[in-house]
Design a protein around this ligand. Structure first.
Ligand SMILES: *[C@@H]1O[C@H](CO)[C@@H](O)[C@H](O)[C@H]1NC(C)=O
Ligand SMILES: *[C@@H]1O[C@H](CO)[C@@H](O)[C@H](O)[C@H]1NC(C)=O
Ligand SMILES: *[C@@H]1O[C@H](CO)[C@@H](O)[C@H](O)[C@H]1NC(C)=O
Ligand SMILES: *[C@@H]1O[C@H](CO)[C@@H](O)[C@H](O)[C@H]1NC(C)=O
Ligand SMILES: *[C@@H]1O[C@H](CO)[C@@H](O)[C@H](O)[C@H]1NC(C)=O
Ligand SMILES: *[C@@H]1O[C@H](CO)[C@@H](O)[C@H](O)[C@H]1NC(C)=O
Ligand SMILES: *[C@@H]1O[C@H](CO)[C@@H](O)[C@H](O)[C@H]1NC(C)=O
Length: 393
């Protein structure tokens, strides 16, 4: 019971009263100051639909059908999760006008994000990790991060690009040279068939590039040579048929690359694969290289790429870009030849009828010509001409 009697039930000691009141005032003042301090230290409330974790400086507003970023976010938030909402457009005004100076980790995963406008992330000057996966992006402004260099270290765009138009926009954004610190870029599961040639030309810190589960057919025009820090490169689950000497030379030139995944592609094991097979045998950059399997031709299906002979393989397709065109020419030729053959056959089978028909035509012609000849002779007869001209008069 000693602590309970600080206030009201203090014994009325006339001599000590002034002293006690003084203590009371001091205590009140202290309490006031303390509560004031606590209030200013705490974040400005928590948005109604969100969960705020004060110590972790984390705010989660997941699956709330939000159509915009809550305006009343705590100023000191470091990790913000806005996953599974319905944000469609992010523009320059999307985040509070007072910059969220401490925000490092932003997830917009699983929104129906379609557009990211200029300056959309410009008010987040310390953003390090951004997750835009599971979106349906139609347009991303090359100015989305403003004009200054960005501290971004991780950008996730898995299963988020609607079609190839937005790939070009992303390439432009990445090529602006503002992502000098980007370490991890995830472009997996986007159905990409090809890549803009210079898309990776200005990412000097990139360590992990994820392109798995796309539909890449060839890497011949894409340049990786500038990714000097690359350690991990995921190209599994694509449609790659072969890698050419210039691509292999680029990969060989990346000093830190030790985890290249080429699994589950559509390798064509003809003479065009010899360079890749030779490289595989000597390189230790490729992960699980024994597991790489041919998918064509049929007799080589499922045989391991590393066990192929590195010379003397048959040449199925002269050149992957030309192949389709050539195949279609060959097909056209065969069809034309077939039509010709059928025509000749029909002619041959009907040769009697045709002969008769020809005679008929010839006779008809002859009759006609004779008639013509006769008329001509009449017209040419000067006496008759004279006669007719006279009769006119
Ligand atoms: C979001 O919208 C869906 C369908 O309109 C509804 O079923 C769901 O309850 C909503 N969720 C919240 C948290 O309001
Ligand atoms: C950001 O969030 C992701 C997902 O929860 C987590 O893995 C990562 O560690 C976070 N980063 C920081 C810096 O807190
Ligand atoms: C961006 O920066 C470049 C050069 O640093 C400058 O020429 C350009 O005008 C700037 N653009 C904007 C919109 O600020
Ligand atoms: C991508 O989709 C948008 C919207 O449907 C369309 O306007 C655009 O032409 C498409 N681009 C390509 C390359 O298909
Ligand atoms: C692969 O990508 C497609 C979209 O292109 C996606 O629907 C599918 O879920 C992805 N598969 C895996 C295993 O991630
Ligand atoms: C690829 O390079 C290897 C060695 O550098 C060479 O032997 C081979 O002929 C080259 N292949 C082609 C198709 O140029
Ligand atoms: C190759 O492996 C797949 C799956 O393991 C199988 O379905 C296919 O029949 C195999 N092909 C040959 C030629 O062995």
């Amino acid at each position: 019971m000693p602590g309970c009697c600080l206030w009201g039930s203090a014994p009325p000691a006339p001599s000590g009263e002034r002293k006690g009141a003084g203590w009371l005032e001091l205590l009140l003042l202290l309490l006031l100051i303390l509560s004031g301090w606590v209030l200013t230290q705490q974040p400005v409330g928590c948005p109604r639909v969100c969960e705020c974790f004060v110590e972790e400086k984390t705010v989660k507003c997941a699956n709330q059908n939000l159509t915009e970023v809550p305006p009343d976010l705590p100023r000191d938030v470091q990790n913000l999760f806005l996953t599974g909402n319905r944000l469609r457009d992010l523009s320059s005004g999307a985040f509070p006008s007072e910059p969220l100076l401490e925000l490092r980790n932003l997830s917009l995963r699983g929104n129906q994000l379609e557009q990211v406008g200029a300056e959309a992330f410009a008010r987040l000057p310390n953003l390090k990790q951004l997750d835009l996966s599971q979106s349906a992006l139609l347009w991303v402004s090359p100015m989305a991060f403003g004009n200054a260099s960005s501290p971004l270290e991780e950008l996730r765009l898995s299963n988020s690009l609607y079609n190839y138009s937005v790939v070009a926009a992303i390439a432009e954004l990445l090529q602006r040279g503002i992502f000098q610190n980007l370490k991890h870029l995830d472009l997996s599961s986007n159905g990409l068939v090809s890549l803009p040639p210079g898309i990776f030309s200005r990412l000097p810190s990139l360590q992990h590039l994820d392109l798995h589960n796309n539909s890449l057919v060839s890497l011949r025009d894409v340049s990786f040579g500038a990714l000097h820090q690359l350690q991990r490169f995921d190209l599994g689950d694509n449609a790659l048929k072969r890698l050419r000497n210039d691509t292999l030379a680029q990969l060989r030139g990346l000093p830190w690359l030790t985890r290249l995944d080429l699994g589950r592609n559509a390798w064509v094991c003809d003479c065009g694969i010899e360079d890749l097979a030779r490289w595989l045998k000597e390189s230790d950059q490729v992960e699980a290289k024994e597991a790489l399997k041919c998918s064509e031709p049929e007799e080589k299906q499922n045989s391991s790429l590393v066990s192929l002979p590195i010379s003397g393989l048959e040449c199925l397709e002269p050149d992957d870009d030309q192949t389709q065109l050539q195949t279609s020419y060959v097909f056209l030729g065969i069809v034309l030849a077939l039509i010709g053959a059928i025509f000749l056959l029909v002619l041959y089978l009907n040769r009697k009828g045709i002969k008769k028909w020809m005679y008929n035509i010839r006779d008809a012609c002859r009759d006609h010509m004779e008639g013509y000849h006769y008329r001509y002779e009449i017209n040419a007869d000067p006496r008759l001409t004279h006669l007719s001209s006279n009769s006119d008069v």
